[in-house]
Write a protein that binds this ligand. Sequence first.
Ligand code: MTE
Ligand code: MO
Length: 383
Amino acid sequence: DPYSSDPERHPALRTNSLKPFNAEPPPEILADSYITPTAFFFKRNHLPVPQVDPDLYRLHVEGLPRGVLTLSLEELKTRFPKHTITATLQCAGNRRSEMNKTRQVKGLNWGFGAIGNATWSGAKLRDVLLAAGYGPDVAQWARHVQFEGLDKEITGSAYGASIPINKAVSEEGDVLLAYEMNGKDIPADHGFPIRVVVPGVVGTRNVKWLGKIIVSAQESSSHWQQKDYKGFAPGIDWDTVDYKSAPAIQELPVQSAITTPAEGSVIDRSEEMLTVKGYAWSGGGREVIRVDVSVDGGKTWKEAKLKSSDKEGDQTSPPLGRAWAWKLWEITVPLPPEAQELELICKAVDNSYNTQPDTFGPIWNVRGLLSNAWHRVKVKISE
Ligand code: MTE
Ligand code: MO
């Protein structure tokens, strides 16, 4: 069994698949703390978790005219300044189960917990590429930076993905070769000893157990770059899909969800007030500037209070274009008199004034990706 050396996991995780291991936290814990506890951070593995000896670990940087640069873990930690960022990671399949209810899609049936927020520390990819010989000459032809994981299919091909070179070398792109998550060594499930953190970019490009970096004129030729993680029109099905016709997903659209109360909760009328909480995030470093909440199915809306950390009242903004981390939000509203059932809704707005679509129909796609329609939660009120 290639999965026999997979690590232990927290028993409260909701498992979507055991081999490979895919799981998300109980969603109500997500808004409890600004930083998602590592044990509860969603895990999305396509293959068995590779066992890596940190002393034998080597990272190879290829494709540059100067030849291959090989770095040990120690060299990565000591030759390059250590940077720390707080960034939200979201799987392109987050909230797929809701889109699946509109019309069946193919993929793991994620709820709204395939997202988490962590602090990540490591060397800047930019610094490593410069040390490997990236410069104006290379910029003439290089278009993509490819990543290969140490996890492999039985055929021997490694998990792989790529990102545009501009994101990789930008001083403001903040792409990390991370060796710490939430202040500790990156755990086995999250890519020990090195994972790429590409803030603002879909989970799949954040390659774990990083073995190789290749500077190239081409995108990664991997299955996950070419034949998966792309969006299509609602009319395209498995018989008509042409993967070459759409670009690979990079930056994600604006997203939000209600983490409490849970679907189907019963609220006591005598409580009079109802507190609704959740998360909101947008891709590409766009900052969430507003979350609108309705408790009457979208007839009326109120603005939630946004939080940029666990500090009471913290509404600080990150530098423009570098809002890598989510915001938590909260609102307390009076229970509408007479109503026996409420439909709670949230929708977020980012600083480009992008917002979420109201329903899944118009954004339905065969693979169930980019599922970001208004999040709706029904609750009952008991007398
Ligand atoms: N990297 C490797 N090497 N193998 C993988 O299976 N899964 C990707 C990405 N990086 C994956 C990978 C996907 S689809 C996502 S959503 C994120 O890792 C999940 O990261 P996490 O497990 O740390 O939450
Ligand atoms: Mo993913």
